[in-house]
Design a protein around this ligand. Structure first.
Ligand code: ATP
Ligand code: MG
Length: 381
């Protein structure tokens, strides 16, 4: 084979290789989903692939040789192109410098990121909506909790007012003795005037005694009417005063049933919370002991109320000698509507309400256990 024919054979081979190579590249460029353009340094379009034709909505013939119209100063930018209809497409444009037919040119690739941006926007809005929902959800929960608390307060107030009748009888009884004392003092006033000894000293003494009694009666009625008012807000109150006041409301009834009440509380103990609701919880517990004494005909019934400080908490225990709470029911006594009494005697709300007052409203703890001879209720605040 001559050198010439060998050379021409090689040439043919190379040409075929080159054609194949070009075919491959052409294939890549023509099938690419990204728009590919070659732009001269002067900004004229030299070449566009079909994807670029689609992006601009014009044919290669219409585009090639025309100005590109976008800045070629940055390697990577976002550009807006008006697509079919009113739609505006956002393209990410990347530029690299390259050579084409011996000239320095720009190779621009355009990638449609409209969908991605829209998706991001949708996600952002969704996230915002979720965040908003979260915020309002917290608010809604707070509102509901407040509403529930309000309902609890009202229920407790209603139940306190329902107990008024029984207590009024007690107060009326408490007034009987001072009223008798006042009428005796007045009778004595008349008799002393008639029978002699009516001087200034005697008059002052009688006036002062009468005023003292009236003051005491007035305090009783103030305490009583104060107890039926709604606690507006939490405040610090003296435990001893609170217990004494509560006991005074039911004292007559207890005495009538021969129930002794022993109170042993440090004078300076204060509790922060709702004083009337606290008294009410205490009265529920005292009332239960009285009911048990009656039911079981307890001999020498005693209710002992103790109060002391334990570390940073205040502990109040109410202990009776009524035989205790039976084992089968002790885990249920704080449930609403749980009662062992005949239907007409008990609603079964007393202890559950007391628990709400102590635990939900005053952040304390109310528990019950049996001790020697009886039950013990323990409030820790
Ligand atoms: N000191 C106590 N000793 C023994 N059992 C008690 C004592 N206190 C409460 N109990 C039991 O717990 C139950 C529930 O008490 P709770 O005060 O909640 O309701 P109740 O007294 O039955 O009805 P009410 O709503 O009228 O108070 C009582 O029925 C009783 O069986
Ligand atoms: Mg009760």
């Amino acid at each position: 084979m001559s050198d010439f024919s060998r050379l021409s054979e090689q040439l043919e081979l190379r040409t075929a290789e080159l054609r194949m190579c070009e075919g491959r590249f052409r294939n890549i460029i023509f099938r690419s989903a990204d728009g590919i353009l070659l732009v001269s340094r002067e900004g004229m379009i030299l070449f566009v692939n079909p994807a670029a034709e689609r992006i601009f909505g014009r044919s290669a013939d219409e585009l090639e040789g025309k100005p590109f119209g976008f800045s070629l100063s940055r390697e990577r930018t976002e550009i807006s192109i008006s697509g079919a209809g009113d739609e505006t497409l956002t393209m990410e444009m990347r530029l690299v410098e390259t050579e084409w037919e011996g000239e320095k040119v720009y190779l621009a690739t355009l990638r449609d990121i409209t969908g991605r941006l829209r998706m991001e926007e949708r996600l952002r809005k969704k996230k915002e909506r979720l965040e908003e929902l979260n915020r309002t959800l917290e608010e809604k929960i707070r509102d509901e909790v407040a509403k529930n608390r309000e309902k609890d307060h009202l229920l407790i107030l209603q139940s306190r007012q329902a107990a008024m009748g029984e207590m009024i009888a007690g107060i009326a009884h408490q007034w009987r003795q001072p009223l008798t004392s006042i009428s005796l003092l007045i009778q004595d006033l008349g008799e002393t005037y008639v029978f002699g000894g009516f001087d200034k000293e005697y008059l002052d003494d009688t006036i002062s005694k009468t005023l003292n009694i009236i003051q005491h009666m007035s305090r009783t009625i103030d305490d009583f009417s104060g107890f039926f008012k709604r606690d507006k807000e939490k405040k610090a109150f003296n435990l001893r005063h609170n217990v004494d006041r509560a006991v005074s409301f039911v004292e007559t009834g207890l005495r009538y049933n021969n129930v002794a009440v022993e109170v042993d509380i440090d004078d300076d103990l204060t509790v922060v919370g709702y004083p009337n609701e606290f008294s009410q919880a205490l009265l529920n517990i005292i009332g239960n002991a009285r009911d048990i004494f009656r039911e079981r005909l307890t001999e020498n019934p005693v209710i002992r109320i103790e109060g002391y400080r334990k570390k940073k908490r205040t502990v109040i225990t109410v202990t009776d000698n009524g035989g205790g709470i039976s084992r089968e029911i002790i885990h249920r006594i704080f449930e609403p509507y749980f009662t062992t009494r005949a239907v007409e005697n008990g609603t079964g709300l007393g202890l559950s309400m007391s628990k709400t007052i102590i635990e939900k409203h005053m952040d304390g703890k109310l528990t019950a256990c049996n001790v020697e001879g009886g039950a013990q209720f323990r409030i820790e605040i």
